[in-house]
Design a protein around this ligand. Structure first.
Ligand code: GLA
Length: 741
């Protein structure tokens, strides 16, 4: 598999994790003023009467709520004379400004050094960039930064909506040394039939660099060393040195590097973990991979794609198929309708040239349509507002072609940006030119047993500024039914304006109302429409989501492909939510951020490291989270495919007891999250949120330890853990996902 992974993902670029020892200045507070005045960028402006504002927390969170459509300025006074002494390069000042909700412009001593997002008064107009990290660089050779005295960093901020201001800081400043400037990259490749990694080091500085470069390719878990190198390099401006190493066939491997500048002695260490596949190759004979439990309302269409992997062609038959149902063996799906409530159990037999498999499927006809968390795809994290019907079909086709549908991924959800600018004359919702036919799209998906999802808002506009459903809720629910929609994501966003005019605004009732309304209309349609609430957890939605018949509710703001975002959303914000997730009503920590994402036409590899991606999927499995793929499936490499298609891992997510995991051990940065499973066993993840690898002895946690006589299963590699093992290696930001047997 590793060779295949490499061939299909030739030259995938990896993010380098840098352990830098560079000195820095750090600012957790700044002088601050709401409003806007061009004078405030200047060094000589007197801000002594301004209030203090933290740079690490949004306005709302530090007692300044409601500053919507508002400017504000932060001013930080700084002196770099001491910092200069720590650098052998002294050419640039690198500034981190955390994240800013929504857009900003940055000045030093009145000189603009950069901007992120778009200010409403700029030529291109407003554009939010609230989740982007802000890095700015000031050229120290240009003379506007005072090297020996006071300077002022002034940050002009615009908040369109949301909580406003700078967060995720503190603001930090560094003056890079020469060795900080060196650029590293790692590519996977195949040379002479051998999988290998190519590590390159480039000098971007306009002078020759001489340094000692050390490198080790190893498995930190087993201590095995695959390769070592130690060499002295002399690299000219823009020159690149490339080193090639064979890659072990399978399993964990890490590349540790160290570079020391010979003149200054300054040294930096770097570490990269290439994408490593743990999921064993799939057998060619048929294998059923899903929960084999499906909920549908009486008389609603059954649209069920049979999750079965194995070589095609394959025939699927049932000797005891209930009346009213049909099997389309070629497209691997079951259709039809069942009128009477109750439990229908029947057998499925799959046969191909390599073998056969049998299973029992239960269709439960009743009120509940999401007996296990939804699995599928959503367009947002990859295409953002640039989504089109063509792009949706391309990912849907790839879900089938790459065999992800064989693991239960079956919802294909169009997020924002399918709507026309205006409704039709009769008030019905219209689509824009990127979506030639919604009904056609629905029919096409259904013919493959896939289900069709769509997006709207209870407001007049969506988050992306497209038409919402306000005052047209019934008409929209009816249109969805006509198009064959099976899933609605209903996103608060534009409702904020209506909410602001309501007399009971801020009460739970005011948050429930718009969702109650649409919930009722959806339920009255003659088909099952999964109802996905998206209002970021306001008014503790997990406490009342079930009452509006929601099948899931987003518990947090939007996720992005960084460790910080994954940590906040996956760990910190889910700790208390385990009592609220249950069959038919799931907590939704947002869509997955693996594979090629980008929220636009510019896709990139997820910025999560391989270890972080294992953490992500393990955690989503334990949390009984919606498993919605957020990347372009057509461009999915084998690493991501294997990450998403491990049937033992997915079985945890799809476990029919529907118990969400909770943290049972918190020991510094080590956390164990566990969930009970339908068969009486327990799944748990040992997570290492720290910056260093750890070896965790679970027998130390007496309240949690399952006992010496319990056999454990290592789910990612699908092997039993050798008897007597209680200690587990868990890489920094990584996980061991285990299950008792
Ligand atoms: C909000 C939601 C996202 C996405 C966008 C679309 O930000 O939280 O998941 O649907 O809107 O505009």
């Amino acid at each position: 598999m590793r060779k295949k992974a490499l061939l299909s993902a030739i030259a995938a670029l990896f993010v380098i994790s840098l352990s830098s020892t560079a000195q820095e200045l750090s600012f957790e507070t700044a002088k601050f003023h709401f409003g806007d005045n061009p004078e405030w960028k200047n060094a000589d402006f007197d801000d002594s009467s301004w209030q203090d504002m933290q740079t690490v927390m949004r306005w709302d969170d530090q007692g300044f709520p409601g500053y919507l459509a508002e400017y504000g300025w932060y001013r930080i006074h700084f002196n770099i004379s001491e910092l200069l002494k720590t650098s052998d390069y002294k050419s640039a000042l690198k500034i981190y400004c955390g994240r800013i909700d929504d857009a900003d412009e940055v000045y030093i001593n009145g000189r603009k050094i950069g901007k992120t997002g778009g200010m409403p008064d700029s030529e291109t107009g407003f554009a939010t960039a609230w989740k982007e990290d802000r890095w700015y660089v000031a050229d120290l050779k240009e003379g506007f930064v005072n090297l020996n005295g006071d300077n002022v960093l002034a940050i002009r901020v615009w908040n369109e909506d949301g909580d406003g201001g700078m967060y995720h800081g503190p603001v930090t400043m560094q003056i890079p040394s020469k060795c900080d400037a060196m650029e590293y990259s790692l590519k996977e490749a195949v040379e002479n039939g051998q999988s290998c990694i190519k590590v390159s080091i480039t000098n971007p500085i306009k002078e020759k660099q001489k340094g000692c470069f050390k490198l080790m390719v190893h498995n930190p878990e087993t201590g095995e060393i695959f390769d070592r190198l130690e060499t002295t390099l002399t690299i000219g401006w823009k020159q690149k040195k490339v080193f090639t190493f064979p890659l072990p066939e399978r399993g964990y491997c890490r590349v540790d590097m160290n570079y020391t500048d010979v003149n200054s002695g300054t040294s930096r260490s770097y570490s990269i973990t290439p994408k490593y596949i743990l999921t064993p190759d799939e057998p060619l004979a048929p294998r059923f991979n899903g929960a084999m439990l499906f909920g549908v309302r009486p008389d609603s269409p059954v649209i069920y794609r049979i999750p079965v992997s194995g070589k095609r062609p394959m025939t699927i038959t049932s000797a005891d198929l209930p009346d009213g149902l049909t099997i389309d063996s070629e497209n691997c799906c079951i259709g039809g309708k069942l009128s009477r409530s109750g439990e229908y159990r029947f057998h499925l037999h799959a046969q191909n040239a390599e073998g056969a498999a049998d299973t029992e499927l239960t269709i439960r006809v009743g009120d509940q349509i999401a007996l296990t968390p939804p699995m599928g795809w959503n367009s947002w994290n990859c295409w953002g507002l640039s989504v089109s019907q063509e792009k949706v079909i391309s990912s849907a086709q790839a879900i089938i072609d790459k065999g992800l549908a064989d693991y239960g991924y079956n919802y294909i959800n169009v997020d924002d940006a399918w709507e026309a600018p205006e409704r039709n004359a009769d008030g019905t919702i219209a689509v824009n030119g990127k979506f030639p036919s919604m009904k056609g799209l629905g029919d096409r998906l259904h013919s493959h047993g896939l289900r069709f999802g769509i997006y709207s808002s209870p407001g007049d506009r969506t988050c992306g500024g497209y038409l919402g459903s306000l005052d047209h809720e019934l008409q929209d629910a009816q249109s969805y039914n006509e198009w064959g929609v099976d899933y609605l994501k209903y996103d608060w966003c534009g409702y904020v304006r209506k909410h602001a005019t309501e007399v009971d605004r801020g009460t739970v009732a005011s948050y429930v109302r718009p969702y109650m309304l649409m919930g009722e209309y959806l339920r009255n349609q003659p088909r099952d429409i999964f109802y996905s609430l998206c209002q970021y957890g306001m008014a503790d939605v997990w406490k009342w989501g079930y009452a509006v018949d929601a099948n899931s509710w987003r518990t947090t703001g939007d996720i992005t492909d960084t460790w910080e975002s994954l940590e906040d959303i996956g760990f910190k914000e889910q700790r208390e939510l385990y009592p609220y997730g249950q069959p038919n009503h799931w907590n939704d920590p947002d869509m997955m951020i693996v594979g090629k994402v980008g929220w636009s036409d510019n896709l990139r590899d997820s910025r999560l490291t391989a270890d972080e991606q294992y953490t992500h999927i393990s955690l989503w499995a334990l949390l009984a989270a919606n498993m919605l793929i957020g990347c372009d499936v057509a461009q999915m490499d084998d690493f991501t495919r294997q990450l998403l298609c491990n049937h033992e891992v997915n079985a945890i997510n799809q476990d029919i007891l529907g118990r969400q995991a909770r943290p049972v051990v918190v020991d510094g940065r080590i956390e164990i999250w566990a969930r009970e499973l339908a068969d009486g066993t327990m799944a748990f993840g040992i997570f290492n949120r720290g910056e260093k690898d750890a070896t965790v002895d679970i027998s130390r946690y007496a309240d949690f330890y399952p006992g010496d006589n319990v056999t454990l299963r290592n789910l990612w590699i699908q092997e039993d853990v050798p008897a007597g093992t209680t200690s587990f290696f868990v890489p920094s930001h990584g996980v061991k996902l285990l299950k008792t047997k």
